[in-house]
Ligand binder design. Structure first.
Ligand SMILES: [Zn+2]
Length: 150
């Protein structure tokens, strides 16, 4: 099973951004509380509350369901892509498109969102990356970001 590691300097950058979060009136206090309790950076608060931890772990909470730790690589990339829209410095942590990746079918490889609400400027499927990882990389408990011993 393929593992993927969080790029070097990722944790330091997330921690730096946690000290300088983007505040918006659109962020419910519940979401910022959730991020604080989970020790991560709030990167999503529209459909569900999404927190990116310095380890690369992603916690997704869509109340009233319990919070879930994201284990899919494609979802991790999607979150990273969307997060880089809020925090441009994260853009540098998006991996190069692998040779076996496929173009995103949802946005037809444009990276643009189909819905045009201002909060949703990027494709919700690929997070604006324009590509999706190969099927083999998309699932697997081993593929949890930050699970590498590196
Ligand atoms: Zn897309």
């Amino acid at each position: 099973m393929q593992r993927f590691a969080v790029p070097e300097r990722f944790a330091a950058e997330i921690e730096r951004l946690m000290r300088h979060p983007v505040f918006s009136l659109k962020q419910p206090e519940e979401a910022t509380d959730f991020a604080r309790k989970n020790g991560g950076l709030l990167v999503g608060w529209n459909w569900s509350f999404i927190v990116l931890r310095p380890s690369g772990e992603v916690v997704d909470w869509d109340p009233p369901s319990p919070p879930e730790t994201v284990t899919s690589y494609s979802r991790y990339l999607q979150v990273l892509g969307a997060a880089s829209q809020i925090y441009p410095s994260l853009f540098g942590f998006i991996p190069e498109r692998p040779a076996d990746a496929s173009s995103c079918h949802f946005c037809r490889g444009t990276g643009a969102a189909v819905s045009t609400s201002r909060q949703d400027l990027r494709c919700p499927m690929c997070g604006g990356l324009r590509w999706l990882p190969a099927k083999a990389q998309q699932v697997g408990q081993d593929g949890l970001p930050g699970s590498s011993s590196r």
